[in-house]
Design a protein around this ligand. Sequence first.
Ligand code: 13P
Length: 251
Amino acid sequence: MEKPLIIANWKCNPITLAEAKRNFELIKENTKTAEKVEIVICAPFVFLPILKPSENVKLGAQDCFWEDRGPFTGEVSPKQLVDVGCQYVILGHSERRRYLAEKTEAVNQKIKAALGAGLKVIFCVGSETKIPGEEMEYQLTEGLKGLDKRVFDRLILVYEPVWAISTTKEKVIATPKEAQEGGLYMRKILASLFDAETAKAARVIYGGSVDSKNIRGFLDEGEMAGGLVGAASLKSEEFIDIIKNACYPER
Ligand code: 13P
């Protein structure tokens, strides 16, 4: 069985480089025995060249552009990310769709460019509704358009019910059962886009108010391959506890 994947999405935090370095080092120091968990920290672009990934703690970005270089003011390319030590990139996060009007067609181009540069892609598929449906089908179909099933060894899918993100007004936490239903729905779509085997083997993780108390439920009952952690990843002790609980019972 593959190791659970625990990914921190720091979003637009922290404000200072000093704090980013402190948190990154603290996590590295306290997870040396967590070889049973794959740990990734996705930090803001400006901190990436300074944070030093280790054997246990890998580095990721939260977005990238679809071209390698050129006249694209303000953009960061996947090859630039690789050059500063990134191995992962989050693409298609619901906050980018909500605040920056990012379209799924653009996410598709970014996924292709990131995979082409050798990055592992953490592709977020969000649902605004409680019952997963058409919206997710669209994101998966358009987001993965033109991709070969072989990319699944470097493609991680995230089921993110938008209503369960800790910073949304609703403040609702999804149950492991709801996470499981979202994951199963995604696999159903993957089976129709690729094949049953690809759908079964795909790594589907869960994102939305994950903390040290609920992570096991999402992994066990929810049958998720890991968690994408927002707010709780900003408190390093809590994030370390999430990692420890993800490798339970061998803590
Ligand atoms: P929270 O863990 O703060 O709910 O954020 C979820 C998320 O958006 C992770 O990418």
